[in-house]
Design a protein around this ligand. Structure first.
Ligand code: AMP
Length: 286
C-alpha cells in the first residue's frame, strides 16, 4: 500500500492511473478503523480495480470541540488493517493540506431539510463541514465509485445531494451497517465507552429493532415515545428517536403501511454520542 500525504502528489498519481483506464473505488474515513470501515474497503476491492482509503479527522464537522479533541486515533493499527484488506493507497493529509486557506468557507451548500432535521438540528454546522471536506477530497481523488456506510444514513443523503449539486461523476455505493454480536453498530466512538457504558450501548439497537417489529399503519408517535423512554430509563440522554420516510428523511407521525421508512436514533451515554438507524422496509436505501 502506498501512503500519500500531499494532495498534489496523490492527484497526479491517480490521474496517470485513470489514463490507463482503471476504475477507482474510494472509502473516506476518520480513522480508528473497525470492521465497518473495512467492509467498505472490501466492497471497493471486489468492485473496482484500484482502492483508496482516506483517513482525515475533519475539524469543520465537529460542532463540539471536546468531541474533536477526544476523537480516537489508531494509525498504526489502521495501516495494518488496510494492508490486510488489500487497499492500494492510503491518503493521509494534514489539516493545512485540506484547508490551505483556513476553515472559513465562502460556499454554502444547499442541503434543504437535511440541514435542519435530526443530525442537522442537533449538530449545527456539521453537514456544511462534511460538505466542505468531501468537496475538497472528492476533487483530489475523483473516484469512479464512492463507498459510504448506512450507519450514517443522513450523511449518505447529504453526500448524494453534494455530488448532485456539484455534478460530480461518481457512483455512490451504500454498504450495510456492521454490528457487534450484541447488535451495537460499530463506531470509532465505541472505543471511548467505559465497560458499563459499553454494556448499555446495544439498547439503542434493541429499541430500534422493537420499532421495526411493532410498527403498524396509523399513528406512530406512541411507538417513538416508548422507545425514547426506554433509553432514558437506561441512562441515555436522548437527542431523538424518529421515524422518517427513507427517501426524503421527512419525519412522519402517521404511516400509510406502504411508504418505505427508516427509524433513527441519537443518544448520549455520558460524554459519548451514539447514532444508529434501521430501515423498516428492506427495499429502502439512503
Ligand atoms: P467515519 O470514520 O466514522 O467517518 O466513517 C467512515 C465511513 O465508514 C462512513 O461512510 C461511515 O458511514 C462508514 N461506517 C462507519 N461505521 C460503520 C459501520 N458500523 N458499518 C458500516 N460502515 C460504517
Amino acid at each position: 500500500m502506498i501512503i500519500f500525504k500531499q494532495p498534489e502528489k496523490i492527484c497526479s498519481f491517480l490521474l496517470s492511473k485513470k489514463k490507463s483506464g482503471i476504475t477507482i473505488g474510494f472509502a473516506p474515513t476518520m480513522g480508528a478503523l473497525h470492521s465497518g470501515h473495512i467492509s467498505l474497503v472490501t466492497k471497493a476491492r471486489n468492485d473496482t480495480q484500484f482502492v483508496i482509503c482516506s483517513i482525515f479527522v475533519n475539524p469543520t464537522q465537529f460542532n463540539d470541540p471536546k468531541d474533536f479533541d477526544k476523537y480516537p486515533a489508531t494509525i498504526e493499527k489502521d495501516v495494518f488493517a488496510l494492508e490486510k484488506a488489500g487497499c492500494d493507497v492510503l491518503f493521509l493529509p494534514t489539516v493545512p493540506d485540506i484547508y490551505p486557506d483556513g476553515f472559513k468557507s465562502t460556499l454554502n451548500y444547499d442541503l434543504g431539510i437535511l440541514e435542519t432535521i435530526l443530525e442537522g438540528e442537533y449538530r449545527p454546522g456539521h453537514f456544511q463541514g462534511v460538505c466542505q471536506v468531501m468537496h475538497r477530497i472528492l476533487g483530489i481523488v475523483n473516484p469512479d465509485k464512492l463507498y459510504l456506510g448506512q450507519k450514517d444514513f443522513q450523511q449518505c443523503m447529504v453526500i448524494k445531494k453534494l455530488v448532485e449539486l456539484l455534478e460530480i461523476k461518481t457512483e455512490i455505493i451504500i454498504c450495510p451497517t456492521k454490528r457487534e454480536p450484541d447488535g451495537l453498530a460499530m463506531s470509532s466512538r465505541n472505543l471511548r465507552l467505559t465497560e458499563t457504558e459499553r454494556n448499555k450501548a446495544p439498547v439503542i439497537y434493541d429499541v430500534l429493532s422493537s420499532i421495526k417489529k411493532n410498527i403498524k399503519p396509523g399513528n406512530i408517535n406512541l411507538l417513538k415515545e416508548k422507545a425514547k423512554q426506554l433509553l432514558i430509563a437506561d441512562g441515555f440522554k436522548v437527542d431523538y428517536v424518529e421515524i422518517a420516510i427513507a427517501g426524503t428523511l421527512e419525519i412522519i407521525q402517521k404511516w400509510d403501511g406502504k411508504t418505505p421508512l427508516v427509524t433513527l436514533a441519537a443518544a448520549y451515554l455520558n460524554e459519548v454520542r451514539l447514532i444508529d438507524n434501521i430501515i423498516l422496509n428492506e427495499t429502502a436505501n439512503p
